[in-house]
Design a protein around this ligand. Structure first.
Ligand code: BTN
Length: 252
């Protein structure tokens, strides 16, 4: 591990209000590192400047560099207000969209289940992974990149979307505030507001899409998002399907 990620002292002390903060230079994956720290003293946040084996969904590689914000929020599965496992990724997506909008004025949407999009460009991906008593919410947000690897096709950054640079740690603070605020709301049982906010942030609700699941592809229109975070798809053949996982592509 090289020199650790550095951050102004005042901002660091603001971040520590949310829990333990671990700043790393290079790590294989912040999700793995965070899960290895699980101790019952969560929340904790692991931030890295670089990952050597960052991964996305379906174990695809996830590219990030020091222009991106790469972190994992580690929560105890017993944390008050923690929604059911399937919903957490959506709550994290909502928190990230809210934080981005607050900071930059952009109005990002969630391409179900875990991509944060601005127009047709992917700004961030989220990967939630659990182990025993803890869950790691891993976030890769493209902040100041202007170029991307050749094999990444639909990526953009806050900088390419707004034409200026952004402070990664201010964005992290914004995310943590939003996320812990939403969890507190959920803890009080206020899930109706959460669900309607998720629907407003959806890039797929009401849209014609192709959904690739492990077994097959479905084409149809997303007619609802249910309280478990699943989409309800009316297929072109007229069937109603409730899907909890899959890769969505919007069709024109
Ligand atoms: C996806 O879009 O498929 C999800 C990407 C999630 C990437 C983040 S970066 C921080 C955390 N550590 C990882 O190895 N992955 C997640």
């Amino acid at each position: 591990m090289g020199q650790d990620e550095s951050i102004p002292g005042e901002l660091l002390s603001r971040l520590t209000r949310f829990g333990r903060v671990v700043l790393l230079d290079t790590v294989a994956s912040t999700n793995d590192h965070a899960l290895s720290l699980a101790s019952g003293h969560e929340p904790a946040v692991v931030v890295a400047r670089r990952q050597t084996r960052g991964r996305g969904r379906f174990r695809r590689p996830w590219y990030s560099d020091d222009e991106s914000l790469t972190f994992s929020l580690l929560l105890s599965k017993d944390a008050p207000g923690l929604p059911r496992a399937g919903l957490i990724v959506h709550v994290a997506g909502l928190a990230l969209c809210n934080a981005i909008e607050r900071a930059t004025g952009l109005k990002p949407l969630i391409r179900w289940p875990n991509d944060v999009m601005h127009r047709d460009v992917k700004l961030a991906g989220i990967l939630c992974e659990g182990r025993r008593s803890a869950i790691a919410i891993g976030v890769g947000l493209n902040v100041n990149q202007t170029t991307f690897p050749e094999d990444v096709h639909d990526a953009g950054s806050l900088r390419t979307a707004t034409g200026r640079e952004w402070d990664r740690f201010e964005l992290l603070e914004g995310f943590l505030k939003e996320m812990l605020g939403l969890l507190a709301e959920a803890g009080k049982g206020e899930t109706a507001g959460l669900l309607s906010a998720l629907k407003e942030r959806s890039a797929v609700l009401g849209r014609r899409v192709e959904v690739a699941t492990l077994l097959r592809r479905h084409v149809g229109t997303v007619i609802d998002l249910d309280s478990e975070g699943r989409i309800v798809l009316r297929t072109d053949a007229g069937r109603l399907l409730v899907l909890g996982a899959g890769q969505v592509r919007r069709l024109r």
